[in-house]
Design a protein around this ligand. Sequence first.
Ligand code: MN3
Ligand code: MN3
Length: 335
Amino acid sequence: MSIYEKKKVDEINKVHKAVNWDTEDDDFTQAFWDQNVKQFWLPEEVPVSKDIPNWNELSEKERVLYKRVLAGLTLLDTKQGNDGIPSMMDLTDNFQRKAVLSFMGTMEEIHAKSYSNIFTTLLSKKEIDDLFIWIEEEELLQNKARIVLRQYKNTDDDKSLYMSMATSVFLESFLFYSGFFYPLFLAGQGKMISSGEIISLILRDESLHGKYIGLLAQEKLNSFSYDDKNELKDKVYELLKELMENEEKYTRMLYEGTGLEEQVINFLRYNANSALTNLGFEEFYKVEPVNAIVLNGLSTETKTHDFFSTKGNGYQKGIYEELEDDDFFFPELEN
Ligand code: MN3
Ligand code: MN3
């Protein structure tokens, strides 16, 4: 019997435990479970068809940009649901944490499907088919997926688990934002508001995911020796630079001719800094003030905006509580 087979047999024959929510296994996981569940939503409850008149008024160039940013986001959410979350769940022993990750994984599939709801509402079957071919053929988008997958597919020990958590935080708190920029930019001007609401709901989820996985990553990092910590921190910054280099090229390609390129790249850097903060690291990029229209759409947790009520008959189901930074202050994790 090979070592691998022996391990599998041991795994099957050991004493099996069940998830027990009666006591908190740590100081933050149950709070994140509650918040994740409260935020649950479905794209079918957002009236995307209201965007049709507006969609028809956009120029061809605007429509191409819009559908391509959403297509890129679809690929990322697909990979996050199918590879990112499972890779971290696999090496996480704690059942409460596994449950939170599993719920997040389900939301990734809902995010991925919500873009399809928008496509199905606004595009012909031929346009949708062409768009999914574009995903496969767009080299910078594929390269982004490869960089992320290279890590997710090699998660087999504590160090690689840490690196997958860092990759996940970069994906959710930074890589998504080249795509989020344009729908937020239009929605902030009263265009494509229902689709913009879907983006706001996704963004709110990603903000929560980035914080949770960031906390798991910080805890994991603290378990390593001084030298290992430094080695991993260097790897995180290397990964960030590699992702940013690709992301800038991707952004210039997508937004070419719009005049928005520099603003989107600035927005990427702003969000890359947020990702670093989630990981417990200092900010790395110098940023200019973010476009006010976009920033307004971004703030799902720092101010009392009311995107559910200001945008007509939008999403109304469920219980919404604004997140505040205090909700995510865990002194025991501070260094
Ligand atoms: Mn997602
Ligand atoms: Mn997510």
